[in-house]
Design a protein around this ligand. Structure first.
Ligand code: PXG
Length: 290
């Protein structure tokens, strides 16, 4: 595997960052998780847009232009002969001194890893997955804003551990007011009486790129999509529920906190959206090979 670090490629063994990098010392940095399908990088522009928005929010100056990062992602995929895979893009604050001061970091580091994707088990897609709500809440907007895809994911990791303790692979996180925000690495949707609902971004959800894509597909297919505040009650009484994310794509949910959702199997609208999403991933994206 060839890993891109600040303009050069390194083998897996030699791809290293300093112990003085503030990405490691303080989680001071940002990332993106992107997928390649069928020789194309899916929604690349949108991921790089979000990377720049995260950077702006944490006052990090990315040491490359939007276009240069797009090119570097495509080139790293090509260098690794990726047709279908997963790309992790990381920008750290860079090497500094012990102490929080980001001004001591001379230059941010840009890392690109293009690898295979680790997926949820096939049975989750075939039969639906069971999830739980957990005690750890989503961060407040005036703390580390949950819209920032920062390297500080400890809040989500704690929620994931809580889900694992309950025997589940994913957690529904509520915000401090008790409204549904999202999962630890996926956005959440419900279907009720033929309409789609997903929590508003103001509830503390990440501006998910799969979320946006699924909303667009649903509207094109004639469904109404709205973004009201949702409570656990709304989830329990939904006809269908599914999660969206770059890694998960669209995964049906059939049980939440012990309550069976709808008929206890993946719903019809969920299936229709899955099919349309997969069709789109096959034909859309930035070509890796000319
Ligand atoms: N919410 C959170 C908190 C996320 O981290 C999503 C929603 C879905 O967003 P996209 O844009 O992917 O539709 C994410 C993204 C991982 C991993 O290793 C998870 C994500 C991204 C990359 C890697 O589990 N989730």
């Amino acid at each position: 595997m060839k890993i891109f670090i600040d303009g050069k490629y390194y083998s897996e063994r030699d791809a290293k960052v300093s112990v003085f990098d503030h990405g490691l010392l303080y989680g001071d940095g940002i990332f993106e998780g992107i997928r390649a399908y069928n020789g194309r990088v899916f929604r690349l522009k949108e991921h790089i847009d979000r990377l720049f928005c995260s950077a702006k929010a944490i006052l990090l100056k990315i040491p490359a232009s939007h276009a240069a990062i797009m090119r570097a992602v495509v080139e790293t995929c090509r260098a690794n002969r990726i047709r279908n895979g997963y790309i992790r893009l990381v920008v750290t604050r860079g090497v500094g001194t012990l102490g929080l001061n980001p001004n001591r970091c001379k230059r941010p580091s840009l890392i690109i890893i293009a690898d295979k994707i680790q997926l949820y088990p096939e049975s989750f897609y075939a039969r639906g997955m069971e999830i739980v709500t957990v005690p750890t809440t989503r961060n407040l907007h005036n703390a580390v804003n949950p819209a920032i895809k920062s390297l500080n994911y400890l809040n989500n990791i704690l929620a994931k551990i809580e889900a694992n303790h309950a025997g589940c692979e994913e957690a529904i996180m509520l915000n401090a007011e008790g409204f549904v925000a999202e999962c630890t690495g996926d956005n959440v949707f419900i279907v009720k009486e033929g309409q789609l609902f997903t929590p508003p971004l103001s509830a503390g959800a990440l501006y998910g790129i799969t979320r946006r894509t699924v909303m667009d597909i649903a509207v094109e297919s004639g469904y109404t999509v709205s973004e009201p505040n949702l409570t656990r009650y709304d989830l329990f009484n939904a006809d269908e529920c599914f999660l969206t994310g770059t890694g998960a794509e669209i995964v049906p949910v059939t049980k939440i906190d012990g309550r069976i959702i709808g008929r206890g199997r993946p719903g019809q609208i969920t299936r229709e959206l899955e099919e349309k999403y997969h069709a789109l991933t096959k034909i859309s994206g930035e070509p890796i090979y000319q």
